[in-house]
Write a protein that binds this ligand. Structure first.
Ligand code: HEM
Length: 185
């Protein structure tokens, strides 16, 4: 039990750190958003963070076993069958997201989607299923970390390997995201 509890503590901390690194990567790739990210009301920071969670892969799929048989979409789901939910695929599906291959925080300005479309931390209502209980705290920590990067320090991103593999879970830029010449502003 102690080990499980310890892992339950460490896992979300590491998970959020991955997303913070992807936020820094997104900022490095899209400096055109810097001024809007600096705005004090934080509205654009929230849109940016949501787009980081949509665009960058973290958990590419989630697995579950069928408890009660059912039919859906022309498929029969037998009891005990292993089912994989294609998280990355749904977050890049052009039927749900316009030009999904583009990093575009503006898409969240008036987003009217459902909890079944935007599923970086599991799908559906979290009260009724297994959607991540830490989703709100994740978003808040990401907003704070991004606010710190844009409003409190200046830094450089030296040449490094920012490529991330899609067959690793969870995935991460190969070099991490190394920043240098960090100064308080
Ligand atoms: C980058 C950050 C995080 C990611 C990507 C993430 C992702 C996930 C995913 C994919 C699930 C499974 C959803 C499902 O099976 O449908 C999950 C469940 C869960 N997460 Fe997170 N999580 C993150 C942060 C956190 C944090 C910060 C906490 C706690 C403060 C947390 C607590 C939980 C709990 C308790 C569950 C299990 C919910 C249940 O089974 O009912 N997570 N998370």
């Amino acid at each position: 039990m102690a080990t499980v509890e310890l892992i339950n503590l460490l896992r979300p901390i590491v998970a959020i750190a991955y997303y913070v690194a992807f936020s820094a990567l997104a900022l490095h790739k899209h400096p055109e958003y810097l001024e809007r990210l600096r705005q004090p009301d934080g509205r654009f920071r929230e849109m940016f963070v949501q787009e980081v969670r949509r665009f960058y892969p973290f958990a590419p799929f989630l697995g579950a076993r069928v408890r009660n048989e059912f039919d859906w979409g022309g498929n029969h789901f037998k009891k005990g069958k292993l089912v994989l939910l294609d998280v990355y695929g749904m977050l890049h599906d052009p039927r749900l997201w316009e030009k999904p291959e583009l990093f575009k925080p503006e898409r969240f300005a008036n987003w009217q989607g459902s909890p079944f479309d935007f599923i970086p931390q599991g799908g559906g209502e979290f009260e009724l299923g297994h959607r991540c209980a830490g989703e709100w705290i994740t978003i808040e920590v990401m907003k704070q970390a991004l606010g710190f990067l844009v409003n409190h320090i200046s830094y450089e991103v030296p040449p490094q390997n920012l490529y991330y593999k899609l067959d690793r879970m969870p995935t991460y830029p190969q070099s991490g995201v190394i920043i240098s010449n960090i100064r308080r502003i």
